[in-house]
Structure formats: structure tokens, C-alpha cells
Design a protein around this ligand. Structure first.
Ligand SMILES: Cc1ncc(COP(=O)(O)O)c(C=O)c1O
Length: 411
């Protein structure tokens, strides 16, 4: 049994035995503190000490989870002004917030200038620079499209010629001109999510360093003291299981970039990892409401579907593991059967998995969904207006479980 499964098994028993839920709680979401800490610690140790790791808020925007991350000294990457406001409520120092929205309004930029001094704000296009105050109280960055193929799936690929993200690196002259003219001190890339080609990802960072060097020379030639000081390399590594005895992809990525690009050490490095930090740190449970036969198929209906796991139902399943428990939270040991797992939404595509082998189950049993830590709660869909269930934080080592938020109410 892997560690997350052991934890989930313990949590479900505890939730049931301590009556932390009522009959109305047909589903529950859990955040593992131990696993989250393990991933964050691994991330921190993989990179140079002074790196600012701004964890992407969108991957899991729960305020208690963000507070936990901030208390560990990490930064936060905000993809919208709303996320900036959420970040500000965690007690974070503003210089650890990176604001990346591609559609910042004039008012939002002015608000950051006035109320969030020190925040790191990356513009998405040259046009946005016109909206920046003359002497901003924030660190001004510009997002560059490195125009590489990072091996991201089409849906998450942001470095093509016509990407809506960043100024294409092919517009180098325009970029250099802007760096001289505006108070830019930071360059940013996020080459794609779920990148599979690490060499290409490093090539993108190489392009960033080379642009920073050229820009700094140009600034010096123009008698300007300002320099590019911060390089924000974004996120984008797919989730991986980290093992103490094996070098992780994250370690290889960090090691390779620092070895191949020695000048990187002249800059303060910023990262924005999201799904890598969270994927294996979350799990959820749903009661099995119905088991029905449709032709030769057995279908189970549960209370979490495309509302919670939108990416898995609308695009491609990402590796959720299903386990079965009885109503007391004890593991089922019955014979294996094939089931289709249907979510609760009124649309035909709402299946989490088809022909999944599960121990024989019935109404009132529980289904555990492991590896749901990233881009699940954050993508909660209002389709059919189903509400977000209770969310618990679990410290398996200390055998503690605490309620992070109650079941959402209909306003
Ligand atoms: C600008 C930016 N930074 C960071 C992330 C996090 O990406 P990932 O979860 O792939 O690490 C995203 C994801 O969409 C993003 O758009």
C-alpha cells in the first residue's frame, strides 16, 4: 500500500468514527500536509538557496492550504487580480507574490502600485507597458514567449507562434527597446504545462538568460543603472512520484539548468510550479449512491465527477487511483468486478473511468479517489450547481485531522 493510500484509509476511518461528517456529507476532500510538505521541501532543496518558489495559486486556491505554504516561506503566483487578493489575505510578504494575469485592467495595475508595494508584476504584452506608472512601487517584469516545443499537450502548450501568452522572443528588438524605455527588472517565461522535453525547457531558459545579458549590456551602454535582476522561469513540470533513492526529474531539471547556464547565478531565480507540487498530495472520497446494470455493464454513481475533476472528464484521465471501502471506512476485500464510474452531473460525458476493476461494492460503500491534489478543487465547476464538499487537512504523522472548510451552502 503506498503512503497516500495508507493515509486515506486512516482518514476515512477517523472521519467516520469521530463523526466528522453527517449523512448529508456524501463526499469529502482531503489535503495531506505531510505529502505537501515533502514535495515543497524537495522543490526547495533542488534549486539554489535564494530561489523564490511562487507556487501557482490556481492549482489549489484553498486559503488554508495557501496559508500553510506561505508559513513555510514560499511565494505565490497569481493568475488573476482575485488571486492577488487571496494571496494578500494569507499574510504573505508582497514581494513574494508574482502577478501574471494576461488581462490586467488599468485599475488593477494602479491598485497594485498603491496597495501592494514590492509585488512582482509581469506584463503579458508590450501594449500593457503603457499602463505602468512611471515609478512603480512594484517589480516590473515582462513575459516572453520562448517559441519552443516543450512537449506540452496541445491544450497546455503556450509557446507557439500565435500563443496569447508573452511577447514572442523573435521580437527581440522591440523587447530590448521596451527594456530600455520602461522600468523593467524581471523577465518571465512559462513555456507550457506538463512539459515532457526537459532539454527544450532548458533551451527556453537559455534564451531568457541571453536576452537578460543583452539587455543589461544595452542598459549599461545607455548609462542606465537599472538591470534585469530577476529571472522567472515559470512552472510546467508534470507530476512525479519522488523517491529518496532516485534522482527526481525536478532535481535533474534544476541541476541541468544551473550546470549548463552558469550565468543564471547572477540573477534571482523565481519558479511557479503548480501541479508538480500538489498532484500526489490530495485525495477525496465519495459515497456510492447507486449501483445499476446497463446491459452487460455495472455502473456506479458517485458524488464527485466533472464538477471536481473537470480535466479528467473533459480531456484525459491523469492517473487517479480508485479504492473501495465499506461504510465504516474499512477496506473492501470482495472479488473484483468491472465498473463504469459515473459522476453526478447531468451530461453524458461525466464518467471518471470506464471498465475500472473494483472490489464488489454496493450502495453506502465509499470510493476513494487518490492523486486529486492539483487542478481539481481549483477548477470546481458550477455545472448543475452542486456544492463543494467539506475539506479536511490531514497530518498523518501526528494523527491529526482538521476541518479546513465546511460544505458550501447555496446562497
Ligand atoms: C504563468 C503560469 N505559471 C505557472 C503555471 C503552473 O503550471 P504547472 O501547474 O504546469 O506547473 C501556469 C499554469 O497554467 C501558468 O500559466
Amino acid at each position: 500500500m503506498n503512503i497516500l493510500e495508507s493515509e486515506a484509509s486512516w482518514s476515512l476511518k477517523k472521519i467516520n468514527s469521530e463523526k466528522l461528517i453527517t449523512a448529508d456529507d456524501t463526499a469529502v476532500i482531503c489535503q495531506s500536509w505531510n505529502q505537501l510538505d515533502r514535495y515543497l521541501d524537495h522543490l526547495k532543496k533542488s534549486f539554489p538557496k535564494n530561489t523564490l518558489h511562487a507556487v501557482a495559486i490556481k492549482t489549489n486556491p484553498h486559503k488554508e492550504v495557501l496559508k500553510h505554504i506561505v508559513q513555510l516561506g514560499f511565494g505565490l503566483e497569481a493568475a488573476s487580480f482575485e488571486e492577488v487578493q487571496i494571496a494578500a489575505q494569507t499574510g504573505i510578504s508582497y514581494d513574494k507574490i508574482v502577478f501574471d494575469s494576461p488581462v490586467k485592467t488599468k485599475k488593477e495595475i494602479a491598485f497594485c502600485h498603491e496597495h501592494f508595494p514590492g509585488i512582482k508584476l509581469n506584463v503579458n504584452c508590450i501594449e500593457e507597458l503603457q499602463r505602468i506608472p512611471e515609478n512603480p512601487s512594484f517589480t516590473l517584469g515582462v513575459r516572453i514567449n520562448p517559441m519552443i516545443n516543450s512537449g506540452s499537450p496541445e491544450l497546455y502548450h503556450v509557446s507557439s507562434n500565435e500563443s496569447k501568452f508573452g511577447v514572442p522572443i523573435s521580437e527581440r528588438d522591440k523587447l530590448l527597446e521596451a527594456i530600455v524605455k520602461f522600468p523593467i527588472t524581471q523577465l518571465h517565461i512559462h513555456a507550457g504545462s506538463h512539459m515532457t522535453k526537459l532539454n527544450s525547457a532548458i533551451l527556453a531558459i537559455q534564451k531568457l538568460v541571453s536576452l537578460a545579458e543583452e539587455a543589461n549590456n544595452l542598459l549599461a551602454q545607455n548609462g542606465i543603472k537599472r538591470r534585469i535582476k530577476f529571472l522567472d522561469i515559470g512552472g510546467g513540470l508534470p507530476p512525479e512520484k519522488i523517491k529518496t533513492e532516485k534522482t527526481s526529474k525536478m532535481q535533474k531539471y534544476a541541476l541541468k539548468m544551473t550546470e549548463l547556464l552558469p550565468n543564471l547565478k547572477n540573477y534571482q531565480l523565481i519558479t511557479e510550479f503548480g501541479q508538480w507540487c500538489y498532484f500526489y498530495t490530495g485525495y477525496a472520497f465519495s459515497k456510492i449512491e447507486y449501483v445499476v446494470k446497463r446491459g452487460e455493464k455495472r455502473v456506479i454513481f458517485i458524488h464527485l465527477g466533472a464538477d471536481y475533476l473537470m480535466r479528467d472528464t473533459y480531456s484525459k484521465p491523469r492517473g487517479i487511483i480508485f479504492k473501495t471501502y465499506n461504510s465504516f471506512g474499512e477496506k473492501k476485500n470482495t472479488e473484483l468486478q468491472s465498473y463504469d464510474i459515473a459522476g453526478p452531473l447531468c451530461f453524458a460525458g461525466d464518467y471518471l473511468m470506464k471498465e475500472q476493476q473494483l472490489n464488489l461494492i454496493g450502495e453506502g460503500d465509499w470510493l476513494a479517489l487518490l492523486n486529486t491534489g492539483s487542478n481539481s478543487l481549483g477548477l470546481w465547476s458550477r455545472h448543475c450547481s452542486r456544492t463543494v464538499p467539506k475539506i479536511f487537512g490531514v497530518d498523518f504523522e501526528q494523527k491529526k485531522i482538521n476541518l479546513l472548510s465546511n460544505r458550501q451552502k447555496i446562497d
